[in-house]
Design a protein around this ligand. Structure first.
Ligand SMILES: *[C@@H]1O[C@H](CO)[C@@H](O)[C@H](O)[C@H]1NC(C)=O
Ligand SMILES: *[C@@H]1O[C@H](CO)[C@@H](O)[C@H](O)[C@H]1NC(C)=O
Ligand SMILES: *[C@@H]1O[C@H](CO)[C@@H](O)[C@H](O)[C@H]1NC(C)=O
Ligand SMILES: *[C@@H]1O[C@H](CO)[C@@H](O)[C@H](O)[C@H]1NC(C)=O
Ligand SMILES: *[C@@H]1O[C@H](CO)[C@@H](O)[C@H](O)[C@H]1NC(C)=O
Length: 352
């Protein structure tokens, strides 16, 4: 799709909406020890059965039919040695945000824990990763999935180390830096038992000013994404939204979701409309698609096994899965039209 000058001019005068990236979180590359019958095989796990990043056919379906331009691909830090061999075949044609998560109880940069990786190790890891992807303009680097139960000052320090490592390679793509407290948007300015992210994250320094903040926000009672009723309003994001404006920063929601019911259908619509109305929000990925869910649901179904957003997904009873029940009727229509797919990933969006 190519922009012409006319729609660009029309866009500039008609709307402030700045949602440049929309799509799904691809979950599966971080499973490692997760199995549906509860019998984990232990790390490092076997590629293809214990963990897998994407199903290329499913990705192609979502590009063609759903017109999304972002896939968030998670991987487990313990699997990093495997990453190199398996990303060779992965499709990075559209924007891909990587994010990692770790299963061990050690906290990166915890000087009191002899088993913990240091902040410097973390920087080296991101330097190596960025060297590998620095010429792929469609990559977005996601630093960490949902840091929690650690000082926010350390989240800042680790984020800064990753940014420094990535930029040391000459990589210019966008970076996503997570908020503390499970990246919860509602907790951004209050901390929820931690020091608030709002006290620290404006202190990050990126020489290219191409770093955005990563936020997760579910709509159920306790924001965990377990309940099927959407009882928390999107205005729970007002605190972080105002903070972003105040600091001239941008953010993305990379995990959110709701149940299969009319209340959530409306709430999800309100949610995306909210992001579109506030120019600080530049993208979103819904939780979750991915090749390994089977009939299990990634979130928001009060324990019902309704499958996932993976195209072709089925519920436990063999009926339609969440792709057909929720993605196609509720979320697909909320994907902005004419999302860009070219140019370097940026807080200012892609060009096409
Ligand atoms: C990938 O997705 C396609 C289309 O839904 C499906 O037919 C195929 O079985 C999937 N492959 C794997 C390995 O899951
Ligand atoms: C980044 O932002 C700072 C503070 O607004 C500004 O001084 C600097 O020139 C910017 N750098 C780039 C490369 O845009
Ligand atoms: C984004 O756009 C602003 C305003 O035009 C500009 O100052 C800034 O340098 C751009 N940042 C990036 C990373 O392209
Ligand atoms: C949130 O509430 C649900 C019950 O609705 C419960 O199963 C889940 O453990 C709670 N999660 C957290 C993080 O408190
Ligand atoms: C969801 O809301 C409906 C209607 O208010 C209620 O009947 C149901 O019990 C709620 N479900 C859960 C899991 O809270």
């Amino acid at each position: 799709m190519k922009f012409s000058l006319i729609p660009l001019a029309a866009l500039a005068t008609s709307t402030l909406a700045k949602v440049f990236y929309a799509g799904v979180a691809e979950s599966g590359g971080e499973f490692g020890v997760w199995t549906d019958n509860g019998v984990g095989r232990g790390l490092p796990g076997r590629f293809g059965s214990d963990y897998a990043f994407i199903n290329k056919t499913a990705i192609d379906v979502m590009i063609k039919d759903d017109k999304i331009n972002l896939f968030r691909i998670a991987f487990l830090l313990e699997l990093q040695g495997k990453l190199q061999s398996h990303t060779d075949t992965a499709s990075f044609k559209l924007s891909t945000s990587t994010s990692f998560t770790t299963l061990s109880s050690s906290i990166i940069g915890d000087d009191n824990d002899p088993n913990a990786a240091t902040t410097q190790d973390f920087k080296i890891f991101f330097t190596e990763l960025a060297k590998r992807f620095r010429h792929n303009t469609r990559v977005i680097f996601g630093i960490m999935n949902e840091p929690h139960d650690m000082p926010t000052s350390l989240v800042l320090k680790n984020n800064q180390a990753a940014i420094d490592g990535i930029r040391s390679t000459g990589a210019k793509q966008m970076i996503l830096a997570p908020a503390n407290a499970w990246s919860g948007g509602h907790a951004f300015t209050t901390g929820n038992g931690n020091e608030p992210s709002s006290d620290y994250l404006h202190l990050m320094r990126d020489p290219l000013n191409n770093t955005a903040i990563e936020i997760h926000e579910y709509l159920d009672d306790n924001y965990s994404g377990s309940g099927a009723n959407c009882t928390q309003p999107v205005t729970r994001l007002d605190g972080v939204t105002n903070w972003l404006k105040q600091h001239g920063m941008k953010a993305m929601i990379t995990e959110f979701g709701g149940g299969v019911n009319p209340g959530c259908a409306q709430a999800l619509k309100d949610y995306i409309n909210y992001l579109e109305e506030k120019e600080v929000w530049i993208g979103w990925t819904a939780w979750a698609a991915g090749p390994l869910w089977g009939y299990w649901s990634p979130c928001c179904q009060s324990g019902q096994a309704l499958g996932s957003f993976e195209p072709g997904s089925r519920a436990r009873d063999g009926g339609p899965g969440l792709y057909d029940l929720l993605w196609v009727p509720v979320l697909r229509p909320l994907v902005p039209k004419n999302l860009g797919t070219h140019g370097i990933s940026s807080i200012n969006g892609t060009t096409d």
